[in-house]
Design a protein. Structure first.
Ligand code: 13P
Ligand code: ZN
Length: 276
């Protein structure tokens, strides 16, 4: 099969375009990666090159050795993915140690995978192990309202999670484990990848202060939906803070406990503190 005819590739392209339409991908902002299933790799094998040059990832992901990933290219614009996928995205293979990659398909006009490849792969490794292999998608977006909140809320997991949960009743059902927050760091390297993947052991969402968000999920729908839900809660919070910084009423800790029972979710106690 041709790569562009594969369902997972079409799902990937659609998700890039959905993110563009949400306004989360100015210029080359944001990146997406998908950990391919062995049968998906097999199905497009006829188009995969094996003569690509091996390059350093910049970190080590031994548990992902030999796996294939579909990723966006560095400096590529999400708005162009749907028009010219072969220029904008790539399939890469990792070596037997999980320290180097080579391009097997795509990026036909040159270039390399996203500069956030270390963060994507370290997150994939953590989430693959934590989910028993179910998680396959890592998504980084420059979500406007979440970014705005990182200037006005303390950069603490407990505060971001609780404030976002309060903004929509479904939030604790969609992200019951909460969200983690990374203080400002230089993007694109191993240090921010280590800090983010450490949070991903507990959470499916990590916020990068003054930069954006990372989300992890089993498939494109769940991962896009997660990003969308968190960003929408952030939008409501921005509106609420703008209209009236002090809430007149909200969803209380007791309400969350009742919700957890009826919706069969476990909400960590650290987010259910009493407020004054
Ligand atoms: P890339 O173009 O290298 O993917 O970088 C975009 C980005 O959002 C960096 O954090
Ligand atoms: Zn970014």
């Amino acid at each position: 099969m041709k790569v562009l005819d594969a369902k997972f590739v079409q799902g990937f392209i659609r998700m890039c375009n959905d993110g563009w339409e949400q306004g989360w991908h100015e210029r080359n902002g944001g990146n997406l990666s998908y950990r391919m299933k062995p049968e998906e790799t097999e199905s497009v094998k006829e188009e995969l090159r094996t003569d690509g040059e091996w390059r350093e990832i910049g970190t080590s992901v031994p548990n992902l050795a030999g796996q294939y990933f579909l990723v966006t290219g560095s400096g590529k614009y999400f708005r162009n993915v749907i028009l010219d996928p072969e220029d904008s995205i790539a399939i890469v293979e990792l070596d037997e140690k999980g320290e180097r990659y080579r391009i097997c398909w795509g990026l036909v006009n040159g270039g390399k995978p996203t500069s956030e490849l270390p963060s994507h792969l370290m997150n994939h490794e953590v989430k693959m192990l934590a989910s028993g292999g179910k998680h396959r998608v890592i998504y980084h977006a420059h979500t406007t309202n979440v970014i705005a909140l990182t200037f006005v809320l303390p950069l603490k997991d407990e505060i971001f999670t609780r404030e976002l949960w309060e903004m929509a009743t479904e939030c604790p059902v969609v992200f019951p484990d909460g969200v983690g927050v990374v203080g400002w760091m230089v993007p694109g390297g191993r240090d921010i990848a280590v800090a983010t993947s450490e949070l991903m052991k507990q959470y499916d969402v990590a916020i990068w202060a003054h930069h954006g968000m990372f989300a992890s999920g089993e498939d494109f729908d769940l991962t896009f939906g997660l990003m969308h839900t968190v960003e929408k809660a952030a939008e409501i919070l921005v509106k609420q803070l703008s209209m009236c910084p002090r809430k007149l009423q909200t969803i209380t800790a007791r309400n969350f406990r009742d919700l957890a029972v009826d919706f069969h979710v476990t909400l960590p106690e650290k987010f259910l503190y009493e407020k004054e």
